[in-house]
Design a protein around this ligand. Sequence first.
Ligand SMILES: NC(=O)c1ccc[n+]([C@@H]2O[C@H](COP(=O)([O-])OP(=O)(O)OC[C@H]3O[C@@H](n4cnc5c(N)ncnc54)[C@H](O)[C@@H]3O)[C@@H](O)[C@H]2O)c1
Length: 331
Amino acid sequence: MKSSNFNKYKVAVIGCGYWGSIITNSLLKIGIKKIYIYDQNYKNTLILKKKYKNLIITKSYKDLLNDKTIPFFFFATPPSVNFKIVSKAIIKNKQIFLEKPGFIKINEFKKINTLLDKMKKFIMFGYIYCFNNYINYIKKIIQSKKLGKILYIRFQRENLGPIRADVNSSYDLSSHDLSIILHIFNKLPNPIKHIDYQVLKKNISDISNLHMKLDNTYIDINSSWLNPIKVRTITVVGEKKMLFFDELNLNNPLRIYDKYAKYPDMSKFDKKFINSKAQIYEGNSKSIIINNKSPLINEINHFFISMKNKKKPLTNNKFSYRIINFLNRIN
Ligand SMILES: NC(=O)c1ccc[n+]([C@@H]2O[C@H](COP(=O)([O-])OP(=O)(O)OC[C@H]3O[C@@H](n4cnc5c(N)ncnc54)[C@H](O)[C@@H]3O)[C@@H](O)[C@H]2O)c1
């Protein structure tokens, strides 16, 4: 279905901060003409309207909820306020897209799931990496076994800011990497150890190091909003090949290395054989270039198509619940 089919849709964007303005920009790009914006801080709606002239500012959330002609609600609001405002929109039967991590209190999330189940509805969560063509390529290559058995995966997600006041770095940042793991393997790992540091102030950790195991694969997630440079990488170590994805490298983001290390199979040698050194094989590497259309536009298209066809979106509330449940356990 073409994006142009959506251009008659009426859409509300709740929360006009950093990410709300990026969502608005993408909605405009796919041709949505009627975008109603609302923010608790009125100034932020004015700033957004200055940037994109055709937006319609709404001063009352209640009025938006009561307007039956506006079916689609995009929330880019802090997790601490979401339970209150999103549950009202569910009751009003709105079609909802909610930015990750969405809800972080498990009892609130359970109430939302019960309400949605009762109404036979799903909401979609903005786990953008599930709509990234490179991530989907990595998923395919892991599943194809071209890398061999996967021994180790490391996710690094670091930057200076944005520093959140209501969630720690694992909810804010590692949730993205957990969504990638869940998307690729259809399950989450078992936690081994979570080491996090509250550096700037008490009660919110700025740095999170999460060590886990999924079947026989060790997985680490390093997240920090206290790093001088932006890092967004994934390293996959397979038995046969290795892969390195650097989202910020626009020319050469994904490379597959024909490299591996292994110990010789000692059972194949007689007892006199004493060289048990690991063998290292270093072959060529190959750069993979994919047409990576905006993941956010892919994501928004998926939302509209799912809602139109009354289909469960990929990153639905059950998907997100697994991530938040995991994060609740390790925090
Ligand atoms: N998918 C991604 O890659 C990505 C990137 C950045 C942020 N996010 C997510 O988007 C959400 C917002 O993040 P942000 O960086 O835009 O934060 P932000 O602080 O820049 O913006 C949040 C906005 O919500 C408004 N707001 C707060 N309470 C409100 C309420 N009750 N009703 C209406 N508006 C309210 C604030 O005034 C502010 O303008 C977070 O959950 C964050 O994790 C996702």
